[in-house]
Write a protein that binds this ligand. Structure first.
Ligand code: AMP
Ligand code: MG
Length: 337
């Protein structure tokens, strides 16, 4: 890590500029979280609706207290266990945090990322960096610096390139203003892991619901984001039948002259005959699927794919985060076989 570059990046943030940086989940678009004007610039660069709040990134647990109105004991326990790491917690906000950062809400989302460059940058910037995913709103989240450049070149001041990220899907979000705490977005810190640490944890049921009319509690989850340009379908059921159905659907579209793509796994890869079959990872370890998901959606965009067919994944563990993002990418277009 080059400290001269980190200091320069920190200076840009202090001056109200925008710096994209790596975290272990996805690349973030950093801005000074205590500066209303910097938040406005963030929304403009991403084309993000301004009612969609930003997560405040910190580098030291003590920095949580000035921005959170009240910190329940369970939150301290979770922070001690999972920070730095892919867990975002929601608290009542203090007066220090501008409404620009929280999308007008009286609560604030806080996380400590597990990436040395990110932590150094946050400290260099004064301790509080708001960072949504560094993509154009509506596109799949960026997992490499190249993805950030594709979306935001010319709209931001600097990108720190830390290579591909490790996890590949956004952090788990847990609302700590309610008891039991409630998961608003699934991520790499799973329900099972949270419950082992603090007991019962609730789940916002809109997370995996196929056609829920209830708006999700994390405002950002209502948008059809994480989305490729292609029309996407997720096929769910016994694996044998899933493979057959995907082959059939894709062949029919190809017949009509459309370009199709298939999201397969190491276990099923060899069973598809389509031309555009991509292996997303192995079912034996769904964290590999999480790591490749967004890059594959971007690849399909780049080669002009019009229809994507994907296998479904488990609804527990990290599989629940993968399914949540897949279902959103597909606009909840699911076929059960
Ligand atoms: P991103 O940083 O792009 O992963 O998006 C941040 C996510 O966190 C969005 O889905 C937001 O709606 C959610 N979020 C941020 N702050 C809050 C909050 N105070 N209450 C509920 N959800 C939040
Ligand atoms: Mg995002």
């Amino acid at each position: 890590m080059n400290m001269d570059i980190i200091r320069a990046a920190g200076h840009i943030l202090e001056q109200g500029g925008l710096v994209a940086f790596p975290t272990e989940t996805v690349y973030g678009l950093g801005a000074n979280a205590l500066d209303e004007e910097a938040a406005r610039k963030t929304y403009a660069a991403k084309g993000r609706p301004s009612d969609n709040p930003l997560i405040v990134h910190i580098a030291d647990l003590k920095d949580l207290y000035p921005i959170a109105g009240k910190v329940p004991q369970k939150a301290v326990t979770l922070a001690e266990k999972f920070w730095p790491g892919p867990l975002t917690m929601i608290f009542d906000k203090s007066g220090l945090v501008p409404h620009g950062t929280t999308g007008g809400l009286e609560t604030v989302a806080v996380r400590m990322p597990d990436d040395a460059a990110a932590l150094a940058l946050i400290r260099a910037a004064g301790g509080y960096v708001s960072a949504p995913s560094a993509n154009t709103s509506g596109r799949p989240s960026p997992t490499t610096a190249g993805h950030v450049l594709d979306d935001l070149d010319g709209r931001i001041d600097m990108i720190l390139d830390g290579g591909p990220v490790h996890i590949g899907v956004e952090s788990t979000i847990v609302d700590m203003t309610v008891d039991p705490p409630m998961i608003l977005r699934p991520g790499a810190v799973t329900k099972e892991m949270l419950e082992e640490t603090v007991g019962e944890v609730a789940v916002d049921h809109t997370i995996l619901a196929a056609d829920s009319k209830t708006p999700p509690k994390a405002p950002g989850m209502k948008y059809r984001h994480y989305a490729p340009r292609a029309e996407m379908t997720v096929v769910e059921g016994p694996l044998e039948r899933v493979v057959d159905k995907i082959s059939e659907l894709s062949a029919a579209r190809e017949e009509e002259g459309h370009r199709t793509g298939i999201i397969a796994t190491r276990e099923t890869m060899h069973r598809y005959s389509g031309k555009n079959v991509k292996c997303i990872g192995t079912r034996e370890d769904e964290s590999t699927v999480a790591a490749n998901l967004y890059a594959i959606l971007r690849d399909f965009d780049d080669d002009g794919t019009e229809f994507i067919y994907s296998e479904a994944f488990a609804s527990d563990g990290i599989g629940s985060a993968v399914m949540n993002r897949l279902l959103k990418a597909a606009g909840h277009h699911v076929i059960n076989v």
